[in-house]
Design a protein around this ligand. Structure first.
Ligand code: G3P
Ligand code: CA
Length: 241
């Protein structure tokens, strides 16, 4: 089972920052999950929310700031200034760092309330520019956005993100769109869904699992990946099995 570091090592470091990604690699993760959005001047940045209020010392929406303006804010959530100053990374900064690392990346396209129609193209251009197409996958709650990625670059795997309520006919749904993976909330997963995914050859990467009970469930189900805030803990637990 692959250990996927959710927003990096966000259980101990400010989420979606370079320190969080570097610490996730040090903790031995197999893959890093991160969230991508666009600034006012169309720079790809790594941040979860459309607003900067929760995670930084600033306020307002990502799309209303230029990249240069955004860089002045400190990503503090949820650790205050314990880890010093950590700016919002650009996606390019991340890619140029990760290209030589022995980890893959799960790029979540945050094309939610505001649909950035150029986001998929920009992310793909960056992937191709750095030659990391064999080391990435896409995921999104916006399945149209995934579909756009599949059209543009079919060989990159896509994971269908769903909330607790899930969707019906999961395995069929995912395979019908030629996607490869289903990414449910653990709270919405059960034996029937696992069987349905297996029957349709759909891989299961499950979020957000931070304790032994959850890990054991996923392990017993034969899931392909665990998306976690604590990659080191998950690696250790898996080693002990
Ligand atoms: O990839 C799983 C997870 O990242 C989805 O939820 O809100 O953390 O982006 P969220
Ligand atoms: Ca995410």
């Amino acid at each position: 089972m692959k250990v996927i570091a959710h927003r990096g090592f966000c259980g101990e470091y400010p989420e979606n920052t370079m320190i969080s990604f570097k610490k996730a690699v040090e903790a031995g993760c197999d893959e890093i999950e991160l969230d991508v959005q666009l600034t006012k001047d169309n720079v790809l940045v790594i941040i979860h929310d459309e607003s900067i209020d929760r995670v930084t010392d600033g306020s307002g929406n990502v799309r209303d700031y230029t990249f240069e303006e955004l860089r002045k804010f400190n990503v503090m959530a949820t650790f205050g200034d314990k880890h010093g100053f950590n700016p919002i990374p650009s996606f390019e900064e991340y890619v140029s760092w990760v290209k030589d690392k022995n980890v893959t990346t799960n790029i979540e396209l945050k094309t939610g309330h505001f649909y950035y129609k150029e986001l998929e193209e920009k992310v793909i251009d960056m992937i191709l520019a750095y030659g990391i197409e064999d080391k990435v996958m896409f995921s999104s709650f916006n399945h149209l956005s995934l579909s756009r990625c599949k059209e543009l670059i079919p060989k990159i795997e896509c994971g269908v993100l769903v909330s607790k309520s899930g969707i019906g006919n999961q395995g069929y749904y995912v395979s019908k769109f030629n996607f490869e993976c289903y990414h449910p909330d653990i709270e919405g997963l059960n034996d029937d869904i696992v069987e349905d995914c297996k029957a349709h050859n759909v891989k299961l990467n499950v979020w957000t699992v931070n304790d032994e009970a959850g890990l054991k469930k996923l392990y017993d189900w034969g899931c392909n990946g665990v998306i976690t805030d604590y990659p080191g803990f998950c690696k250790e637990w898996l080693k002990s099995q």
